[in-house]
Design a protein around this ligand. Structure first.
Ligand SMILES: [Zn+2]
Length: 247
């Protein structure tokens, strides 16, 4: 298996929230995209691991993913240990992505930067030959390190380098997020308590941010990314000729 883009998320739904529009655009453009959820999100206030697994399946279909794997590294106890790095390295060597999208370098939820740091270390070590991993069929895996890594923005604003045009894919992003129907845009439900993300206002904020980011680059909706280990390379000015943001 060879993926074009592999996305890492600390919790199921983090990828949809942070870069679901970009994923939908890339799969529409024929790219093979996968998501690795580092945990099952079992500590979330609403829903449980079982309902979230079903929601993950639904969201994956909406985004037209080629691959999705839920690791079980422990929601709220995500450690940057060699044991956890190895589980990620096995996935990277199996899927051999050219580009990886990772979470924000800092954020409101402590699992987000923890997941990001764990992933970044694993992505580097995945290129080391002397760290040996074995495929499920017993074969030795070849080292692999992605050529590009980008951070996607999560809850807190980060100092970003790019805005990706998701104007044609905002609807799909919204659908993929709403696949997690125990988590988002929930009208008050007596059985389960309201959370930071479950209210209708949180969802309105998401749309406002996508519109604001789009506005900055001349799109209707956008998602923000920061290039890890700059500078980002350029081979032509196509993107500058194709867009005309107001300056
Ligand atoms: Zn999260």
């Amino acid at each position: 298996m060879k993926l074009d883009v592999l996305v890492f998320a600390s919790h199921p739904d983090d990828a949809e929230l942070g870069c679901g529009g970009t994923i939908a655009a890339l799969t529409d453009q024929g790219k093979k995209v996968g998501i690795i959820d580092l945990t099952k999100g079992e500590m979330g206030t609403r829903g449980n691991a079982e309902t979230r697994a079903k929601e993950v399946d639904k969201a994956s279909k909406i985004l037209n993913l080629s691959y999705r794997k839920m690791l079980d590294l422990g929601d709220s106890i995500l450690e940057n240990s060699r044991e956890n790095q190895l589980k990620i390295i096995e996935q990277v060597r199996l899927t051999r992505p050219h580009i990886c999208l990772v979470g924000a370098p800092f954020d409101r939820h402590p699992d987000h930067p923890k997941g990001t740091n764990l992933t970044l270390d694993a992505l580097f070590y995945s290129g080391l030959k002397k760290i040996e991993t074995i495929e499920e069929n017993g074969e030795k895996q070849e080292p692999h390190r992605p050529a590009h890594i980008l951070h996607y923005m999560q809850d807190r604003p980060i100092d970003f380098d790019f805005v990706f045009d998701i104007s044609d894919h905002w609807k799909t992003k919204k659908e993929a997020i709403l696949a997690f129907n125990t988590q988002f845009n929930v009208s008050s439900n007596e059985r389960e308590s309201e959370t930071y993300i479950s209210s209708k206002n949180y969802f309105k904020q998401l749309e406002s941010r996508a519109r604001y980011l789009g506005h900055l680059s001349g799109f209707t909706y956008g998602e923000a990314f920061k290039y890890y280990l700059p500078p980002a390379p350029l081979k032509n000015f196509n993107i500058f000729f194709e867009t005309s943001p107001k300056r």
